[in-house]
Ligand binder design. Structure first.
Ligand code: NDP
Length: 316
């Protein structure tokens, strides 16, 4: 006999500030939420050190500590938090279906998506391998910069993240080579000024990375000037990639309206998607603000919207 399919009122996908906040609200509204954490339990804040701009922590807080606090608060009101990844969904019917780790099917009256966003990579050879094995490639200067104290590093990107991370790295590394693919930076003026003022940040304009050198770890990089086609080698031990993020929304693309980069479209002033009973919160639907506090705010909105939806259907 096949096992009965589990049915829940509210399924929350993701364990960042949006997901946990949705869980606090949904649990307190007796929606008995089940939350699947995804692979990066706690989300992007788990790879952050000091968080100084989340209200309520006057002395700042470490990212992982803050996410532990979020989790405990969600648990306190009875959220069923489970490790696991939602790998497939079917939003074509009245009841929304999801599959966990490619196997277990679960049916939900309402779904809150808070799957966040992940760092983008260049996609060049050795990048993924060296990022996985601690071989000197990283998408988080704040997490890994410490390992390159007194050493030479390179960072790719020219947005606020790259500028902020280059400035951060310049305080501990001997040299920071910033690789900018155009002849100007996208970063805000104040961030650019900090970069240009730092004596040990060398900005390489119109420059792209051709190859990462080294057998088991970064021993240098080969770069090309896209105006002159001249190539050169930079003798660095750390290679940081800071070229933006992409939302973790691929599994929803057959059902939900999204923008061209994959951010889920929500209806104005709400967390509602184009599918009734499916709500989106946090970085999965926010390309603009991308802050822990705004993610938490939209998580709250999603739980309130889901509660009203279930009440209107007579489920709650
Ligand atoms: P952005 O999308 O703003 O910038 C990405 C940068 O990476 C761009 O300069 C882009 O170049 C470059 N890039 C993209 N693909 C490649 C590639 N294949 N090779 C080389 N370079 C590439 O992302 P950020 O993460 O910097 O910022 C995201 C948002 O977060 C922004 O709104 C930003 O303002 C905000 N933010 C704010 C901070 C603050 O205020 N303290 C700190 C960090 C982020 P190009 O310009 O040529 O497209």
């Amino acid at each position: 006999m096949s096992e009965a399919i589990e049915k829940v009122h509210c399924l929350i996908i993701g364990s960042g500030p949006a997901g946990y906040t949705a869980a606090v609200y949904a649990a307190r509204a007796n929606m008995n939420p089940v939350l699947y954490t995804g692979q990066e339990i706690g989300g992007q804040l788990m790879i952050t050190t000091d968080v100084e701009n989340y209200p309520g922590y006057p002395d700042g807080v470490m990212g992982p500590q803050m996410m532990d606090d979020f989790r405990k608060q969600a648990e306190r009101f009875g959220t069923d938090i489970r490790m696991g990844m939602v790998t497939k969904v079917d939003f074509s019917g009245d009841v929304h279906k999801a599959w966990i780790d490619g196997e277990t099917e679960i049916h939900a009256d309402s779904i809150i998506i808070s799957t966040g966003a992940s760092a983008k990579w260049l996609g060049i050879e050795k990048e993924a391998e060296f990022a996985r094995n601690g071989g000197g490639v990283s998408a988080c200067a704040v997490c890994d910069g410490f390992f390159y104290k007194g050493k030479k590093v390179a960072i790719v990107g020219a947005g606020d993240t790259a500028a902020e991370e280059a400035t951060y790295l310049s305080k501990m590394c001997s040299e920071v080579h910033m690789l900018v693919r155009r002849d100007e930076m996208r970063a805000s003026k104040i961030m650019q000024e900090r970069v240009l003022k730092a004596e040990n940040i060398i900005v390489h304009w119109n420059t792209e990375t051709k190859a990462i050198l080294g057998e088991t770890a970064v021993e240098g990089i080969e770069v090309i000037n896209n105006k002159t086609q001249e190539t050169s080698t930079l003798d660095v031990e750390g290679f940081f990639v800071a070229i933006g993020h992409s939302p973790n929304t691929k599994i929803f693309k057959d059902y939900l309206d999204m923008d061209e980069t994959g951010y889920i479209n929500t209806k104005p002033d709400s967390s509602k998607t184009n599918v009734a009973g499916v709500f989106a919160s946090g970085d999965a639907q926010d390309n603009e603000y991308r802050q822990a506090v705004t993610a938490a705010g939209t998580g709250c909105m999603a739980a309130l919207d889901a509660e009203r939806y279930l009440a209107a259907k007579g489920i709650l």
